[in-house]
Design a protein around this ligand. Structure first.
Ligand code: F6P
Length: 321
């Protein structure tokens, strides 16, 4: 394999740049040429390319976001768009593609592989919701950003004796909310994977906490929960009489310099992905299992929904009071 392409797709995640850097430098080390594809599959369809040499990815490891830009590409969802993308890659002599993103991006990679263009996916999403891998690039940074934000919110909730209800990202999954909530010492964590009862469980806990002398309350809610965060705040205020403020962390969690963990995992995964392509293996997904890297067939790797860490949830139920 002489020339590979690399793209970032879906929501950006801190550490994507570190993964691109590692993939580029690994490929160059194996005498391959590397083409950076801008704005995910959009760039592949429209030939929006830049040649990447070792210098082009210098001063990148510490940067959040993705210097290749990213997008969610509607055109690529259709067969016509996939064909255009495939033809564009062929025209430019691209013999394999590294795709950094989440499950939607990997479904696209699978289509290209099926047409005869080998692809390797690197999991890059703050949601950590890819079933075959214990870790996705960006998750640790997003957890830390979320925790720091909640620490700040706690200061003011404590001073004013209020309830702070914080919505955490994670799409349909509660992994991010659960871990951030535990790290921030939340008194309750609501995730879409688990049933909860606002009135009889959350409000009652707040009232009992008040009786025991607790003056402020930190409640975390995953954005994928069925209820709207504002409605939950209203119920808490009405049932407990404690003034409740809502903060939606939103994109704050996707920004910032990647942590050590994200830079190191991204570098390992970038290297591993290029090795797979070099070995002639396409339609693969890089995955982490017990701190070792392995790979899966893309379809197999995405087959199920990743379940919440039950042990962590039980611990959280015990200590979050
Ligand atoms: O997948 C990453 C993520 O940040 C999710 O946590 C969130 O649901 C989604 O992307 C938000 O997407 P957008 O930035 O397009 O609104």
């Amino acid at each position: 394999i002489r020339k590979i392409g690399i793209l970032t797709s879906g929501g950006d995640a801190p550490g994507m740049n570190a993964a691109v850097r590692a993939a580029v430098r690994t490929a160059i080390g194996f005498d391959m040429e590397v083409i950076g594809i801008k704005r995910g599959y959009n760039g592949l369809i429209h030939g929006d390319f830049i040649a990447l040499d070792a210098g082009a990815v210098g001063d990148m490891i510490q940067r959040g976001g993705t210097f290749l830009y990213t997008a969610r590409c509607m055109e690529f969802m259709e067969e016509a768009g996939q064909k255009k993308a495939f033809e564009m890659a062929k025209k430019h002599g691209i013999e394999g593609i590294v795709v950094i993103g989440g499950d939607g991006s990997f479904r696209g990679a699978e289509k290209l592989s099926a047409m005869g263009l080998p692809t390797v996916g690197i999991p890059g999403t703050i949601d950590n919701d890819i079933v075959c891998t214990e870790y996705t690039i960006g998750y640790d940074t997003a957890c830390n950003i979320g925790m720091e934000a909640i620490d700040r919110l706690r200061d003011t909730a404590q001073s004013h004796e209020k309830c702070s209800l914080i919505e955490v990202m994670g799409r349909k999954a509660g992994h991010l909310a659960l871990e951030v909530g535990i790290a921030a010492g939340a008194s309750a964590i609501l995730v879409p994977e688990k049933e909860y009862d606002i009135k009889n469980e959350i409000c009652r806990n707040i009232t009992e906490g008040q009786k025991k002398g607790r003056t402020h309350h930190i409640i975390i809610m995953a954005e994928g929960c069925r209820d709207k965060v504002q409605d939950v705040a209203e119920i808490i205020e009405k049932e407990t009489g404690i003034s409740t403020r809502v903060t939606v962390l939103g994109h704050i969690q996707r920004g910032g310099a990647p942590t050590v963990r994200d830079r190191v995992v991204a570098t390992r995964m970038g290297y591993f992905a290029v090795e797979l392509l070099r070995a002639g293996r396409g339609n693969r997904l890089v995955a982490m299992k017990g701190n070792a890297l392995t790979d899966y067939n893309i379809n197999e790797g995405l087959m199920m929904k990743k379940s919440i860490d039950e042990t962590l949830y039980t611990i959280c139920q015990t200590v979050a009071r």
